[in-house]
Design a protein around this ligand. Structure first.
Ligand SMILES: Cc1cc2nc3c(=O)[nH]c(=O)nc-3n(C[C@H](O)[C@H](O)[C@H](O)COP(=O)(O)OP(=O)(O)OC[C@H]3O[C@@H](n4cnc5c(N)ncnc54)[C@H](O)[C@@H]3O)c2cc1C
Ligand code: FES
Length: 360
């Protein structure tokens, strides 16, 4: 059946089955069969370190693949409620029939701990198409540097594995910062790639080695075998302290322009010339309010016991969008302000400037 006829048939069916889309009926038969929604079945679950779980997913036919470094949104239903979080595939982008995710469980992390403890082969999860601009140039440069820390290894490992699969002939420096030897789900994989590619520099450093704290190693420019220069693209993903150290060094040597980064948590821009927070933040639908603390509207809503939906908490997934009834808000990432009423805003990257009413 051609794609156009298939789409047409889908629209007719959707209209006939209103109020529920076709996929709501199909999932009663088998959640792996979908008309339009992208989903995936967990086909393998591995615990390669105490804190992490590695999931191998087989996506439904709507999956169109990803570029190394991009992320997807994964949805899981926990106690009857759907929760969505972003994860970066760790496998080579040349493998289009499955997706490998490695999720590190945070101590108080809701979805990550659930996946670590409860993910099982056969489970069906929701998936979004891949997105994001943290990718290598399509024409591969002759040399690249990759720096990762902790769970941030996934998108840069995907790049490394993709280069291996492509038989890349250029030079690679790859350095990963793990807490200790037990907290490194990809230790063996990196060793194997290093053994197969002795011309590349692949190294792991430990920030919390067992026993002797004096052996702790955080990023230092001399950890990299080839000095960073403005001509060499650098791909960085890891905790905010690692981002700061690398940025500081690149600023000193004038090489910041060639830095490509991915962040798993919001790192607000350093310069914040805001006056002290003032005003009252009110939530119209729930009747709750709080003195404006200056934090994001999402955090302030959570502080009064509300549970708005969220995914990335950094402005990329749009799952936290709600209507601002009135007031002035400021975009935490860009500094832009918005005074228009009855506007959809992203709660995770908006903060009130004075009195503000949000419809949640
Ligand atoms: C583009 C992108 C790609 C990502 N890729 C991966 C990946 O490949 N592997 C992976 O393990 N995670 C990845 N993440 C992080 C992931 O989306 C979740 O944030 C993480 O799993 C925690 O979700 P949770 O529901 O367990 O925690 P929540 O219950 O949402 O949060 C619990 C607490 O932890 C804090 N928190 C949330 N996320 C983080 C974090 N990343 N670091 C420190 N504190 C945090 C929250 O502020 C909150 O206080 C990615 C995030 C983004 C935006
Ligand atoms: S939670 Fe993703 S945009 Fe706000």
């Amino acid at each position: 059946m051609s794609r156009t006829i298939s789409k047409l048939l889908g629209s007719v069916l959707e209209a006939a089955l209103t109020p529920h889309p076709v996929d709501r009926y199909l999932e009663l038969v088998d959640p792996r069969i979908t008309w339009s929604e992208l989903r995936a079945q967990v086909i393998a679950v591995q615990h390669r370190s105490d804190r992490s779980v590695t999931l191998l997913l087989r996506p439904t036919r709507q999956w169109t693949g990803f570029d190394a470094g991009q992320f997807i949104q994964l949805s899981v239903v926990i106690d009857g409620v759907r929760h969505t979080r972003c994860y970066s595939p760790a496998g080579s982008a040349t493998h289009r029939d499955h997706i490998e995710l490695t999720v590190t469980a945070h101590d108080d992390g809701f979805v990550s701990r659930h996946l670590r403890n409860h993910a099982r082969p056969g489970q069906v999860v929701g998936l979004s198409p891949a997105a994001g601009t943290f990718t290598m140039p399509a024409t591969r440069p002759s040399q690249m540097t990759f720096i990762s820390g902790g769970s941030g290894i996934t998108p840069v490992l995907s790049m490394l594995r993709t280069l291996v699969a492509e038989n890349y002939r250029g030079h690679v420096d790859f350095i990963h910062y793990a807490r200790d030897t037990t907290d490194h789900p990809y230790a063996r994989e990196l060793e194997a790639i290093a053994a197969d590619h002795p011309e590349w520099n692949i190294d792991t450093r430990f920030t919390r080695p067992a026993g002797d704290a004096s052996l702790s190693e955080h990023f230092r420019p001399d950890h990299l075998p080839s000095p960073l220069t403005p001509a060499i693209p650098i791909f960085l993903c890891g905790p905010s302290a690692l981002h700061s150290s690398v940025r500081e060094h690149l600023t000193e040597i004038g090489a910041l322009d060639n830095l490509h980064t991915e962040q798993f948590v919001l790192i607000p821009p350093a310069a914040d010339d805001d006056a002290p927070a003032h005003g009252q933040l009110s939530f119209a639908a729930s009747g709750k309010d709080t003195p404006n603390s200056g934090g994001s509207i999402l955090e302030q809503a959570e502080s009064v016991g509300l549970q708005p939906e969220f995914g990335c908490r950094m402005g990329i997934c749009f799952s936290c969008t709600a209507v601002k009834r009135s007031g002035l808000t400021k975009n935490i990432l860009t500094g832009d302000t918005d005074a228009e009423s009855d506007q959809h805003i992203q709660l995770c990257i908006s903060k009130p400037v004075g009195d503000c009413v949000i419809d949640i």
